[in-house]
Ligand binder design. Structure first.
Ligand SMILES: [Zn+2]
Length: 311
């Protein structure tokens, strides 16, 4: 997911610094910066896109010591790497650098300038929570959807997009010996936009191609006249779920694949187009969201099954 896409989602809000008795400064969501006027950011209407939050920050003098934050949307995780950067010279601790290099996902400097946030796409099963653990002397806090996280946009490294780090983060949990718990995560749906879109160029996604192939086999194996129409329609419905969801397949691709197969089993071109169109319409009523990993990719133990996925 490109950074601009994240910025277009209604998940942003301004924050103000609040010094606690311990001396620790917390970053608390607030729309005004007035003392004790904290925003309940999960309530409707509080979260906006990035540009709106930025405009508020810039036009509200009491927020000038604050910044912009995100209520982390579904499908996104942040790895919060604390105290890993020298704010004066910019050197980064090797253990933190390793994590950035392994994730290959958009990373930014924290408001204090001594930490780094790695922003990832991740589709973890329910039961993975906000967790803090150490790795090679570096503290890692995994911030999950629904958590508040500051956002500076002050990029570090070469990655300008959020990449899918599901397997990487799962492996970190396993490595740290963290067990899944049975308490479900609380997810906030910040927008209707599906976040985990296909990142392949149209028509080339391995998951999409596999799905089409599976449906072609279904249609081809039905020889009897009435069944052929049903099979074509059902195939179009199945693919229509994906077209309307995470988009690994295009509409045109469905016509191009199913039409010749329909004609091969002696349906006319008109019949084929009719049933494909109806099937696509029907499928769009129930979009499905999947990542692009082909089914034969072996996932780590404990990774989500289809029914457990966030989407
Ligand atoms: Zn894809």
């Amino acid at each position: 997911m490109k950074l601009d896409k994240l910025k277009s989602i209604n998940c942003f809000i301004t924050w103000m610094p609040v010094e606690e008795e311990s001396g620790h400064v917390s970053k608390i969501p607030s729309l005004t910066g007035q003392p004790f006027d904290y925003a309940h950011y999960k309530e409707p209407g509080m979260l906006t896109d990035y540009a709106t939050a930025l405009a508020r920050l810039e036009s509200t003098p009491l927020l000038h010591d604050g910044g912009i934050g995100v209520c982390i949307p579904t499908g996104v995780l942040v790895l919060d790497l604390d105290k890993c950067r020298d704010p004066d010279v910019g050197t980064i601790a090797p253990a933190a650098r390793t994590i950035m290099d392994e994730c290959k996902s958009f990373s930014e400097i924290s408001p204090s300038c001594n930490g780094i946030h790695v922003w990832c796409l991740a589709n973890l099963p329910a039961g993975y929570h906000k967790k803090k653990f150490m790795r090679d002397g570096q503290s890692i806090e995994v911030l999950v959807p629904g958590s508040f996280c500051t956002f500076t946009g002050n990029a570090i490294g070469v990655c300008s997009a959020l990449e899918d780090c599901t397997e990487y983060v799962s492996a970190l949990y396993v490595e740290a010996g963290i067990q899944r718990t049975t308490i479900p995560n609380v997810y906030l749906p910040p927008s209707n936009d599906p976040l985990l879109h296909c990142r392949h160029s149209p028509g080339t996604c391995p998951y999409g191609l596999k799905a089409i192939e599976a449906q072609l086999i279904e249609v081809r194996t039905v020889k009897k006249a009435p069944g052929r129409r049903d099979a074509l329609y059902t195939a179009a419905v199945s693919l229509g779920h994906i077209v309307a969801g995470s988009g690994q397949i295009t509409r045109d691709q469905v016509y191009d694949a199913l039409r010749p197969m329909g004609m091969l089993v002696n349906l006319t071109r008109g019949q084929c187009d009719y049933y494909i169109t109806r099937g696509l319409e029907r499928g769009a009523h129930k979009p499905v969201f999947r990542d692009c990993a082909p089914k034969n990719v072996k996932l780590l133990e404990g990774l989500p099954t289809k029914s457990e996925r966030i989407f």
